[in-house]
Every structure is written in structure tokens, then in C-alpha cells.
Design a protein around this ligand. Sequence first.
Ligand SMILES: Cc1cc2nc3c(=O)[nH]c(=O)nc-3n(C[C@H](O)[C@H](O)[C@H](O)COP(=O)(O)OP(=O)(O)OC[C@H]3O[C@@H](n4cnc5c(N)ncnc54)[C@H](O)[C@@H]3O)c2cc1C
Length: 461
Amino acid sequence: MPHSARTSLSHTSWGNVIRAEHQVVSPDQPYAAARVLTEIPAGRPAIAYGCGRSYGDVALNPGGLLIETRRLDCFISFDAEKGLLTCESGVTLAEILRATSVPAKDGSGWLLPVVPGTRFVTVGGAIANDVHGKNAHVFGSFGCHVESLDLARSDGRILTCSAQNNAELFAATVGGLGLTGLILRATLRLRRVEGLALETEEIRFARLADFFALDAESAVGWEYTAAWIDCLARGNQLGRGIYLRARHAPGVSAPPPSLGPRRSVPIAPPLSLVNGLSVRAFNAAYWRKLGTAERVRRVVPYEGAFFPLDALGGWNRLYGPKGFFQFQCVVPPEGAEAATAELLAAIAEAGQGSMLVVLKRFGHVVSPGLLSFPMPGITLALDFPNAGADTVRLMTRLEAIAVAAGGRLYPAKDALMTAESFARGYPRLDRFRGHMDPALSSAFSRRVGLSDASDGSGEGR
Ligand SMILES: Cc1cc2nc3c(=O)[nH]c(=O)nc-3n(C[C@H](O)[C@H](O)[C@H](O)COP(=O)(O)OP(=O)(O)OC[C@H]3O[C@@H](n4cnc5c(N)ncnc54)[C@H](O)[C@@H]3O)c2cc1C
């Protein structure tokens, strides 16, 4: 163990289900981070830890070492002609937006082409999970916009990887869950938009079939699309919700979002505030939020549309001390409506779930990563308060439905999937294995059989 390592109980994941002690090192220079990798003893592997915004265990290593990357936070260069940004891997997307998305007089500006639902994630974490946003059907995933990255390996090499150089290692590292090496820095391609503000349209819909109709209609002309679903609605209201579509508003500017949340939940309540009663009340009110209008158009800054949950820091504490699970799957387009209906019916029947339910389509833009989650189809994401065995049983059922439909689960959100489901969902695993660094493994990689289960102490669940 590197001698600068300290003991921590506070390095958890976003779902707060897994609590464990870790040894943590926080290098503040790329060369120091690269050296840590070379000092890892055999049989005691480490894993990188960014902002810990993954919900399950991809960034956890109970009893073992975490290499915290947040102090690798330097901007290296920005080519304002080409939109090429080079920075260290611990820089957050919030920091990038703050530094580069400053509106010009005509409202235009540079923007990260792909952002997930939170801006409080590191560049390294965004690459390692190959995250996606509401424009995945047009712009693909984060990795589609990575020009190159520098990867430290435990044998002491630092390799520059891109679609041209060390291309196979690049493909393994994008979406590679931190298992191929430590990303030290990356060059990202930003995009210029004619207006940083968004023209949005919200449309209430009464049933799942309407989601598919609206989504088909929005495929051309709307760059950002996603729907909120009332997960407790059943029968002929199954899959009802509110469809959100948006595109940039030419000539209208928007300020970069703040670097941190404006308000925070200070402590976890003793019990989850998200429960059957609160979800039912919220969903009934939210479904009617458009009043009699059915459809509302607005021009808004992108902050609220892209990152609604970032307004309240530590909102994950609302689920109480037992935490929560997230489930996110994607199922192929053929049979997507039937599989989504089956998933939603199982959730409504169980009476579990939360207010935060998102349905969206992934398109045919190919992700570069061997283990990237996005593939053509429909993706459903939602949180479940951890009610113990009942929740695990429901999530096992949802996993089986998704896998039987030819789909896969998202490792960034997962804490329960079996090795078998992982192997079925990710057919390029064998190619990936050849690029894994022997000094790296996580609770996730051991659980799904990617790494040797005897590595690390394996405690914590
Ligand atoms: C509110 C909220 C909304 C979200 N919305 C979305 C969404 O819309 N789309 C989506 O795709 N995801 C979404 N996520 C998930 C989140 O974007 C990802 O989990 C992201 O990867 C977290 O980044 P992080 O910096 O916190 O990384 P961590 O969670 O700390 O780590 C994630 C993975 O990256 C690896 N890693 C981190 N840094 C490095 C490095 N320097 N080198 C190598 N590996 C590294 C870790 O080992 C781990 O495997 C959301 C999460 C939250 C909390």
C-alpha cells in the first residue's frame, strides 16, 4: 500500500448501499498518480475514484485502495478555433462548462457535446463509463468526442491512445470502467452551438404507445429528447408521462451553470422520504404540472434542462441510511415497446420505484468503447429505495426481463447484476479482458467475473 494512503469510510457510491472502509491516495500531479500505479502490491489491486457519482460499485474497492483523481484538476490548453480542450482527468464537467461555455455577443458558444444528468462528474469518470446524455440519438456517447487520452499502466508506461494510436486500448478504455489503467489527461472535442439557451417543449402523454409516437415524431429536428414516466400508473395508463424535447435557440445566450449546487440536503433522515405515499402524491401532481395546456413551450438556460437534480446537493440522502438502488437497462428497438411495458408493469405491480424515472431512445451512433453501455434501443432508468429483499427481488426480475429482450444493464448504475447477465449483455468481453491492467479491479469487476474474486478483501456488502 503506498505510504501516503489514508483510511476512509466516506468514499461511498451515489446509491449509498455499499459502505466500506477504503485506503485512499489523492495524487495531485499526473506523474505522482502514474507512480502510485507502479507501487501497487500484487493481489491488492486498486481502482480510480472520481466524484463517486456512479450509483453502484464500479468505483469501489472495499478494504482495498482507491486512487482519488479530483486533485488532477489542471486545464492544459484550449484551442478556441477548433474547440479542442486538453485537461487532466479530475477536472469536472461543471468546471469545463464554466471555463469554456462563455456566450459570445450573438448568444453562440462552445459546449460539451455530451453531458450526463449531472455536471459534477470528472472527465476520467465520464470516459470510463462512456456516459450519455439526452442527445445520445444524435451525438452518441461522451467517448465519441474524445480526441485522445493519456493512460498510465502499472508497468510504468504512459500511452497516448486515440482512434488512430493504440486504437484497441483506446476502445477498451472508453467505457472500460477504470480497469485498463489510470486516465491522466484527455483532449475533448467541444462543439459550437448557435445559441447556448434551449427552446424546449414539454408534452403530456397518456400511455406508453404515445411515448413511442412522440419519440418517432421528434427524431428529426429535436436534438435532446427524454420522457418522465409515472412508474405507478397501471392498466390503460401504463407508461403515461411527460415528454421533453429541446434544441438550441439560435441567438439566445445562457450563462454557464454554477460550480456547485445552490442548496444541499445536510443530513440523511432516519427513514427514506421516498416511499409509496410520497411517490404516488408526487407523480399525480407532476403528471398534471402542465395544467390544461397539455403542451408547453419555453426558452430556458440549459442548466435546468440538462441538470435538474444538480440544484439540490446531496439529494441522495433523502433515501435515508439504507440508500437506494438504480436500475438502468437498454433493450433493442425490435420488441422495445413490449419489453418496456413488461418492465413498467412489474414495477407498478410491486408498488416500488421513485419520482425519478426516465425513458429515452438511443440511436445508431456507434460508441467507441468495447464495453460502452449505449446501443440502439430504448433505455429506462429509475431509482428504488432500498427496502431489502423485496427490492432485490424486483430488480432481479427487471434484470431478467431486460436480458431476455436482448438488452443490457448499465454498470455505472448497477449494484446487483449477475456475471451471466453481464456476459450476455456485453458480447465483446473477451476482447476487453486482454487490455485489463492486473493492478486494477473493483467490487463491480469482481462481482461480474471480470477480475479474480480473491483480489482485494471483498468485504462491504
Ligand atoms: C444525478 C445523476 C445523474 C446521472 N445521469 C447520468 C446520465 O444521464 N447518463 C449517464 O451516462 N450517467 C449518468 N450518471 C452517472 C454518472 O454520470 C457516471 O457514473 C459518471 O461516470 C460518474 O463520474 P465520476 O467522476 O463520479 O466517476 P466515479 O463514479 O468516481 O467512477 C466511475 C468509473 O470511472 C473510473 N474512473 C474515474 N476516474 C478515472 C480515471 N482518471 N482513470 C480511469 N478510470 C477512472 C472509476 O474507476 C469507475 O469505474 C448520473 C449520475 C448522477 C448522480
